[in-house]
Design a protein around this ligand. Structure first.
Ligand SMILES: [Fe+2]
Length: 180
């Protein structure tokens, strides 16, 4: 993925790092935390099937482009199915764009229906998206990130995952949440 889109350099590793820390903070077992971490590394692999025109586009995606982009979780499962990963990891990857209010994709699942690992990835993905430079804006400060997570805690993010983020921030400080 990084060969195609150097702008996402480090994104997967950062998401995996945040996801593993959130999973451990929430008291998940070592095995469950490991699955969430592996899901973090692999979550966007389906974007390999997307055209560079869309991946590297600087402005807003058109509705049609966004529809194409929305295929990436299912494409990830197609790519990963023959690899021999656990069913849990495939589900975590498949549902990483679902929102708690059911308005996400690919299946419009609501909070309890979404695998916990996917709900953790949704927050981890947002942490890295907001704290890294983008073509259209610079990295945002962690205070802004915390405000954004709080604002959409409930409809988009799982409130339990947001609470875990707040505890981690309190315990280990903002430097941990810096894009590497
Ligand atoms: Fe994604």
């Amino acid at each position: 993925m990084e060969l195609k889109d150097s702008y996402t350099s480090g994104h997967s590793e950062n998401v995996a790092r945040y996801a593993a820390a959130l999973a451990r903070e929430m008291g998940l077992s070592t095995n469950e935390s490991d699955e969430v971490e592996i899901g973090g590394i692999l979550h966007d692999i389906g974007k390999i099937g997307s055209s560079e025109d869309i991946l590297l586009k600087e402005g807003r995606l058109t509705e049609k482009e966004f529809e194409t982009m929305k295929a990436h979780p299912k494409n990830a499962v197609k790519i990963l199915s023959p690899v021999g990963l656990s069913e849990n990891i495939l589900k975590i990857v498949l549902h990483h764009h679902e929102h708690c209010d059911g308005k996400g994709y690919p299946d419009g699942l609501s909070r309890e229906q979404i695998p916990l690992g996917s709900r953790i990835l949704m927050v981890a993905d947002t942490i890295d998206a907001m704290t890294s430079d983008r073509p259209y804006r610079q990295a945002q400060p962690v205070t802004k990130l915390a405000g954004e997570l709080k604002k959409y805690s409930g409809p988009q993010f799982d409130p339990d995952v947001v609470s875990a983020f707040e505890r981690l921030l309190e315990k280990i400080g903002p430097d941990f949440f810096r894009h590497q």
